[in-house]
Design a protein around this ligand. Structure first.
Ligand code: PGA
Length: 332
């Protein structure tokens, strides 16, 4: 291995850093080569040249897996900071040029995947120069992304607690109780919540915003649900409800595709009226593209989704982020 050169800038290239960042983030040469659309040998050569320039190994191999060395970890942190700065610079230039081009990186919680692509699509048609990216993940992962400042905007069903964020409500998010169409509660009016508690229930995974809202309602009414299964996917829950495995509660947005073999029940306390929030770190200066996207959603979101406009914004009501004192009890 060579000695570290005095002036690294002369010995490494941005492309090498880009390749290194992808390998470190994805934890694999093969995945990085796919991601960057280059061959695995190209990736290996770039990493070797970069290690030579740094003068220390950046990865170590244990079995089939590769891990960052201390030097690799330090370089990864520097890379992330450099790339974030470059992205800010890109936004600054885009802002100087007006909204002829730009980028909006959006990260959303699981349930928002039912409407976010439609809103993005409509926005991109209106502003063809703007590139949009979408990351869908569970609430906890989206919170991590928000903390790491990885995206321009976030969509949550409830603003994160204990974080300094701006949260702007832009769309209704009613949660409705679901049953298989032949269930005895279907067609009854104002079913007491306690009766729902008598049937097996299919819950979203701990940490899900939908689950937190159901838990809160049950706590308020002193009702304990008999959780038969926990599922991390709205689609899996709909299928299981249709198959007669139990009752559940999901966002009405999950029923958009129609043709679902589930019935909406009329239960006291429902629909749980919630809202979707656009969230970003407080004090962050949004790029013109992100700001325009936000304004577009506030003005056009309800029309595009054909839902009535949300009620006037209340003070952002942060709620706890954990499923702590859950009233969901597992049934045997
Ligand atoms: P979830 O979030 O998809 O994590 O349940 C949606 C929501 O908070 O309404």
């Amino acid at each position: 291995m060579e000695q570290p050169p005095h002036n690294l800038r002369r010995h490494l290239s941005l492309r090498q850093l880009e390749v290194f960042e992808a390998v470190a983030r994805l934890g694999s040469l093969k995945r990085a080569s796919k991601n960057l659309h280059v061959t695995p040998p190209t990736v290996s050569i770039q990493i070797r040249k970069l290690s030579d320039a740094v003068g220390m190994p950046l990865f170590e191999q244990v079995g089939k897996r590769i891990y960052l060395t201390d030097a690799g970890r330090a370089l990864y942190e520097s890379c992330r900071a450099m790339f974030t700065n470059l992205e800010h610079f890109e936004s600054t230039i885009a802002d100087m040029q007006g909204l002829t081009w730009g980028r909006v990186r959006l990260a959303v919680v699981t349930t928002a995947k039912y409407f976010a692509p439609r809103l993005q699509g409509s926005f991109c048609e209106r502003f063809p120069g703007v590139e949009a990216s979408l990351e869908v993940a569970n609430r906890e992962h989206v919170l991590e992304r928000l903390q790491a400042n990885q995206d321009d905007l976030y969509i949550f069903g409830q603003p994160p607690a204990g974080m300094d964020v701006e949260a702007v409500p832009f769309l209704r998010n009613p949660l409705v109780p679901l049953a298989p169409p032949d269930h005895p509660l279907v067609g009854r009016r104002r079913v007491p919540l306690t009766e729902v508690g008598g049937y097996p229930f299919l819950a979203r995974e701990p940490g899900s915003g939908t689950r937190l809202a159901v838990e809160r309602l049950c706590d308020e009414h002193g009702v304990s649900l008999k959780v038969r299964m926990e599922l991390g996917s709205n689609e899996a829950i709909k299928q299981s409800v249709a198959a007669g495995m139990g009752l559940s509660v999901l966002s009405q947005h999950t029923l958009v595709s129609g043709g679902e073999e589930v019935a909406i029940l009329d239960v006291e306390g429902f629909p749980i009226e919630r809202q979707w929030y656009l969230v970003y770190p407080a004090g962050r200066k949004l790029s013109i593209a992100a700001r325009t996207f936000m304004d577009y959603l506030l003005e056009e979101g309800p029309r595009i989704m054909e839902m009535p406009a949300p009620p006037a914004p209340e003070a952002s009501p942060p709620v706890g982020g954990s499923a702590g004192n859950a009233s969901l009890a597992r049934s045997g």
